[in-house]
Design a binder for this molecule. Structure first.
Ligand SMILES: NC(=O)c1ccc[n+]([C@@H]2O[C@H](COP(=O)([O-])OP(=O)(O)OC[C@H]3O[C@@H](n4cnc5c(N)ncnc54)[C@H](OP(=O)(O)O)[C@@H]3O)[C@@H](O)[C@H]2O)c1
Length: 314
């Protein structure tokens, strides 16, 4: 009988991690969700973990700081997926070096997917500070994986739709994750192409890749053809669905680069917006020989288009 890989996820209670957990279970893999000892005081996270358990996942309490325990946990599975924070508010990418050490010592892992799921850190050049920390640290983890000869897949999921389409990629509001109804900042001329992906689809593509020889030691980009859109095209989708006509405020490259930030978070966000919407770093390169593209590998997956995704906000 064809046995599905046993999969351990670290960061399963996170924004993308919880979608990955659901995808691992949905695709029939024995699922192990690592949770930190500290999390037991957080009722929402505990409830989330219990909901995974009800779906069939095994919950495993372990700390990345306890090497021996971690090696024991890793030995119970075939594949490890990490989805620890890498973003603007929390940044735990280098914590994964402990995971790399444990995987190396355990010696049984067929595939490791480190926490990536955004812009390819090896592709982006001359990234702006302080946003470049994400790419610098993700590259350090990649090099450690390669030095340890751990089989890997790096997943570049481009822009999570909830973050960048749902918010219309607005800068001025730290917390506004709903599309604006009055005015919108457009970066540059608004015509630079980016790539948007529904987060549930990200989870499915990630899990599809883990047993696939075509993704072994490769970067897998997720580029759904219908979701290769400019910022203006996403705004147009929202205007059509909401029947609103937004005032467009154009922010030139110079203005974006020289804007005064209200907070560190805003500064980090500004860097990412510059790369996505001015430089076009998500789509301004050809996929190289050591990489592959998810929608071509798995044409059977009916991904969510942004036309469909944006309907939830109406
Ligand atoms: N492409 C995009 O648009 C986009 C957007 C956002 C994020 N991302 C990327 O996606 C990845 C995941 O980010 P996210 O926003 O989903 O993360 P998140 O919501 O902050 O969740 C992080 C998860 O990691 C866990 N974690 C953190 N430190 C840990 C540790 N030391 N030991 C064990 N678990 C630990 C957290 O556990 P607790 O629940 O215990 O805190 C949580 O489950 C990052 O690489 C990020 O850069 C991409």
């Amino acid at each position: 009988m064809d046995m599905k890989s046993r999969v351990l996820i670290v960061g399963g209670t996170g924004y993308i991690g919880k979608r990955v957990v659901k995808a691992i279970i949905a695709l029939g893999h024995p699922t192990y969700v690592l949770f930190r000892p500290q999390v037991v005081s957080d009722i929402d996270k505990v409830q989330m973990l219990l909901s995974f358990k009800q779906l069939g996942a095994k919950l495993v309490e372990a700390s990345l700081d306890d090497h021996e325990r971690l090696v024991d946990v890793v030995k119970q599975v075939d594949v490890v997926i990490s989805a620890v924070s890498g973003g603007v508010v929390r940044h735990q990418i280098l914590e994964q070096l402990k995971l790399v050490e444990a995987i190396k010592e355990a010696g049984n892992i067929k595939r490791f997917l480190p926490s990536e799921f955004g812009m390819d850190p090896d592709v982006v050049e001359h990234a702006l500070e302080p946003g470049n920390i994400t790419f610098i640290d993700k590259k350090k983890v990649r090099r450690a994986i390669e030095a340890a000869n751990i089989p890997y897949t790096y997943v570049s999921a481009n822009m999570f739709a909830g973050f960048f389409a749902g918010s219309l990629a607005q800068l001025q509001d730290d917390v506004r994750m709903m599309p604006a109804r009055d005015k919108v900042l457009i970066y540059g001329d608004g015509n630079v192409k980016g790539v948007y992906v529904d987060e549930d689809d990200v989870g499915i593509y990630i899990v599809k890749s883990i047993d696939d020889p075509r993704t072994l030691n490769k970067t897998m980009y997720i580029r759904p053809p219908k979701n290769i859109l400019s910022q203006k095209e996403v705004v147009e989708i929202w205007e059509r669905l909401s029947r609103l006509n937004l005032e467009k405020i154009y922010i030139s490259e110079d203005e974006l680069l020289n804007m005064e930030d209200k907070s560190y978070v805003e500064k980090m966000k500004r860097c990412h917006l510059y790369h996505f919407f001015i430089r076009g770093d998500l789509y301004n390169f050809e996929i190289g020989p050591n990489a592959t593209e998810a929608t071509k590998l798995y044409p059977e997956i009916k991904y969510t288009t942004m036309d469909s995704y944006m309907k939830r906000y109406v």
